[in-house]
Design a protein around this ligand. Structure first.
Ligand code: CO
Length: 462
């Protein structure tokens, strides 16, 4: 029986989930070599929101971060979260941006690309997956877990088959809201295995409701191979389960991870001193969020409801909004409630309650109904469509097919402050944030605390 493999998410998802993605390179680099010695399957160190926050808040070049971490991670594969056609941003980008991004990420040392689409519309990850494979890196396809009448075990098996056919080298089951139960995890993994799919299965769960560690255990028993965990002082709450907990759970069994608990304890001492330095961002609830088990609404969405209703002086209408949300979800073809569909559904539900059903619609809702985000799991309600976009005909092609190439324009934009080709990609994805960051970089050269980053390594800067 294969040992359980662990992906260490401490340097990406853990601080994205707990500390508003504010961790700076100077805190990642000094401990990187110790992480490298643990024997993780991979370390998730890049992508997701880190690309944006690096430039926007940390004065930290994301490409430089990858390059330097790569030099420390001699034995361990690096991993990133890629938002399919959204790359590491929040809208669809043209293929030239996506392809060049992947090429440069591989060139700077990225090994595993976990690629997802919020709607599980795989037309939106197809080009990414193909490019990753062409570049000789590992393409992991993702199934976003959601709770709805169309998100059945059979549906997930169908998605797994699509990912296999596309050429993905492994499959991730991604429970971003932290709502998957241990037994549902078991059923999904077992059914994928029963369908004859032998690709490695990786579980990505958030601890939010308190079930993630149990979900991992049942998922492993059903035939999953890899679990995402974070070092204990950066774990649980809205982050991943603790590495040390899962290591001890499987110790001495056929699933033994083979990792060294003493080394992890040593590493954890470091993180115990780093986390308090980000206290101003450390706002996650200290105990499991049982409310989401009742409402099945992700935590971020609920706080948006509350603030929008408060602004309208209508907090007492929350129960109506909750009911309306389910109706909008159904009208919109049951999209998983993850960025950006959670915002789209949530704000429309509030508008429907306050102004009347589809009397007023956001720009994003219209674009969603026109098909510009992709194809939802179920079809969109005809009546709702008419109320929102009238007789307009939605597109039925891949949304990115509607986009013109974007790199040439970005090159122009960034020319005065460009130092390397990667800067063009930064500017293509973040045309407001990147040029400003690059100007600052030019003036000050580098914004990370080099002395701090040098500790124990001497690697930073080049
Ligand atoms: Co996550």
């Amino acid at each position: 029986m294969a040992k359980v493999k662990i992906t260490d998410t401490t340097m990406r998802d853990a601080h994205q989930s707990l500390l508003a993605t504010r961790m700076k390179s100077e805190h990642l680099i000094p401990i990187a070599e110790k992480h490298d010695n643990v024997g993780f399957y991979s370390m998730e160190v890049w992508g997701g929101a880190t690309f944006d926050t690096c430039m926007r808040f940390c004065g930290d070049d994301p490409w430089e971060r990858l390059k330097v971490l790569r030099r420390h991670l001699k034995k361990t594969k690096t991993q990133m979260l890629l938002r399919g056609q959204n790359v590491v941003g929040y809208r669809n980008y043209a293929d030239d941006v996506l392809i060049e991004f992947i090429k440069k990420a591989v060139a700077n040392g990225m090994d595993i690309f976990r690629t997802f689409d919020a709607l599980n519309d795989y037309r939106n990850i197809n080009v990414a997956v193909k490019t990753v494979i062409d570049e000789g890196a590992h393409a992991q396809g993702t199934i976003c877990y959601a709770i709805s009448p169309v998100h059945t075990v059979e549906y997930y098996v169908k998605l797994a088959k699509e990912l296999e056919t596309m050429g993905c080298q492994s499959i991730c089951i991604k429970d971003m809201a932290g709502m998957i139960t241990p037994y549902i995890t078991y059923d999904i993994v077992k059914s994928i295995r029963d369908a004859g799919i032998t690709l490695p299965i990786q579980l990505h769960c958030h601890y939010t409701s308190g079930m993630a560690a149990m979900a991992y255990m049942k998922g492993i028993e059903a035939g999953a191979d890899i679990i995402d965990c974070a070092i204990s002082s950066m774990s649980n709450q809205t982050s991943q389960p603790a590495i040390e907990t899962m290591l001890s759970t499987f110790k001495g069994t056929e699933y033994d991870t083979g990792l060294d608990l003493a080394l992890l304890t040593e590493i954890n001492k470091y993180w115990e001193t780093v986390r308090p330095q980000y206290a101003e961002f450390d706002l996650a609830q200290k105990y499991p969020d049982a409310n989401i088990l009742v409402s099945q609404v992700p935590g971020g969405m609920m706080s948006n409801f509350l603030s929008q209703l408060k602004q309208a002086n209508a907090l007492h209408r929350l129960p109506e909004v909750m009911e309306e949300m389910t109706r909008v979800q159904e009208d919109f073809g049951w999209p998983p409630l993850v960025t950006p569909s959670s915002q789209i559904i949530g704000s429309q539900a509030v508008l429907n309650v306050l102004m009347g059903r589809y009397k007023m619609c956001t720009k994003e809702v219209k674009q969603y109904i026109r098909g510009y985000y992709g194809r939802p799991p179920a079809s969109i309600n005809e009546e709702a469509r008419k109320m929102i976009i009238g007789d307009e005909k939605p597109i039925d092609c891949r949304p990115a097919d509607m986009l013109e190439p974007e790199l040439a324009k970005a090159k122009e934009l960034v020319a005065p402050v460009m130092e390397k080709e990667e800067d063009i990609i930064s500017a293509a994805i973040y045309p407001q944030v990147a040029p400003k960051f690059l100007e600052e970089r030019m003036a000050k050269k580098i914004n990370v605390d080099i002395e701090l980053a040098k500790q124990g390594s001497g690697f930073y800067p080049v």
